[in-house]
Design a protein around this ligand. Structure first.
Ligand code: ITT
Length: 200
């Protein structure tokens, strides 16, 4: 049994590994299939983009595929960067994205820096897009004025979890998973994926 995680982001991939570990399922990622084409994220929502990735790659590989589309929605920026979080500062570059976010929020006080991190997961079987399993997860917090912490990836050093008074990058992988958008989405997926995978 093999499941493919449709991501080129190693930070994301490592956060998925634990879920399938107990089920004797072999987990692969797009790094195992270097010849696959780049899939353009042309959708208007997280769900559309995650479905696009999952459906296309499931069809090409003839395997079940789990895709993740995530993004940061900042209230003071009217929900931006949202689905454009990876390309916020142009090409996908975490340092440039974080610098741009800090710049856009400069001068905005702490209480007006609310943000939500969102993940939509889509699990797809080959050539059955109508049967896609779709779940979401979110975490609410604030965008810091100065980056904190060295763990995680992407926007983690700028995302403060108020209940812990720590940024996502100051948490261990296990601690991040307990509170994060992706952790919450994975817990929603955990309840349903085994039954879904068994059905034809
Ligand atoms: P794939 O499409 O290959 O999965 P991607 O990184 O392009 O990888 P997205 O389109 O979902 O993925 O972009 C999400 C953006 O948000 C991107 O800049 C990520 O670095 C960032 N991001 C996603 N999850 C994150 C997390 O848990 N912590 C911090 N930043 C995250």
């Amino acid at each position: 049994n093999t499941v493919v995680i449709a991501t080129r982001n190693p930070g994301k991939a490592s956060e998925f590994a634990a879920m399938f570990a107990a089920d004797e399922i072999q987990v692969k990622t797009l790094s195992d299939f270097p010849d696959l084409p780049e899939i353009e994220e042309t959708g208007k929502t997280f769900a559309e983009n995650a479905s696009l990735k999952a459906d296309t790659i499931a069809r090409l590989l003839n395997l079940p595929v789990l895709a993740d589309d995530s993004g940061l929605q900042v209230a003071a920026l009217h929900g931006r960067p949202g689905i454009y979080s990876a390309r916020y500062a142009g090409d996908h570059n975490d340092a440039a994205n974080n610098a741009k976010l800090l710049y856009e929020l400069s001068g905005i006080p702490r209480e007006e820096r609310q943000a939500t991190f969102h993940t939509t997961l889509v699990f797809a079987k080959p050539n059955q897009p109508e049967k896609d399993l779709v779940v979401d997860g979110e975490v609410n917090g604030y965008i810091l004025g100065i980056p904190r912490g060295d763990n995680g990836f992407g926007y983690d050093p700028l995302f403060l979890v108020p209940e812990l008074d720590k940024s996502l990058a100051e948490l261990t992988a296990a601690e991040k998973n307990e509170v994060s958008h992706r952790g919450n989405a994975l817990r929603n997926l955990e309840k349903v994926w085994r039954d879904w995978l068994k059905q034809d």
